[in-house]
Ligand binder design. Structure first.
Ligand code: DX5
Ligand code: ZN
Length: 218
């Protein structure tokens, strides 16, 4: 399982230092949460932070757009250096078209589902995305409590992927803490996003090891 620290919990005044710290801790990707104050109640940051992160690291930048009409900014995020661009089903009127546009812009296309949104909505676009992000909290804030119910969707997606011989990755985002590692791995999660758990830890490497189920971890 890959681990993607959410930069929402980083110290933006020391972004470069915090990214390096997460890389040394064994993190695989960096997850960047863009919030518009409309799709979600909160406003976080946008293109300049993606550019700054790109200048700091070569790892995959996994950009999660929590915004209405995300299709307006696909080209801008490609230019800023995003590798994966994830848009919400609930915010995308023409999801099929937008996912193809993300690939056309040279990025991997991701699609995110809020906790109440069923995976059935993806049935007719299974070939059009490279990653599905299952929200395990209601998006908008870091440090919330993990909603276990959402893991059922991972199990359904694993079957859908097998049945159709698709090859998208399954990501879980929100409230992930070391103690969820075993459950995430057992249902087949490919990418675990963690903000608060990693950035508030004295030893983030121990958190990464626990999530990955490495020998000797908690
Ligand atoms: C929630 C964001 C998450 C969040 C994760 O709206 O999409 O990526 O930053 O942070 P934690 O792990 O603190 O819940
Ligand atoms: Zn996110």
């Amino acid at each position: 399982m890959l681990v993607a620290p959410s930069l929402l919990s980083a110290d933006l005044g020391h972004l470069d230092r915090d990214i390096r710290r997460m890389e040394s801790a064994g993190a695989d990707w960096m997850h960047i949460d863009v919030m518009d104050g409309q799709f979600v109640p909160n406003i976080s940051f946008g293109l300049p932070i993606v550019k700054a992160a790109r200048a700091s690291t070569n790892v995959t930048l996994d950009v999660h757009l929590m915004m209405v009409q995300p299709e307006r900014y696909i080209e801008n995020f490609a230019q800023a250096g995003a590798d994966v661009l994830t848009i919400h089903v609930e915010a995308s009127l023409h999801l099929h078209r937008s996912l193809l546009a993300i690939r056309q812009a040279g990025m991997k296309a991701g699609v995110a589902l809020n906790p109440h949104t069923p995976v059935a909505l993806l049935e007719d676009v299974l070939d059009c995305f490279d990653l599905v992000c299952i929200m395990s909290v209601n998006p908008g804030f870091g440090g919330q409590t993990f909603i276990h119910q959402t893991l059922k969707k991972v199990t359904s997606l694993v079957s859908m992927r097998e049945d159709g011989a698709h090859d998208f990755l399954i990501e879980v985002d929100g409230g992930v803490r070391p103690e969820q590692g075993a459950a995430l791995r057992s249902v087949g999660v490919d990418v675990a996003v963690a903000g608060h758990a990693l950035f508030s830890a004295e030893d983030p490497a121990a958190v990464v090891r626990a999530l990955k189920g490495a020998r000797g971890s908690r």
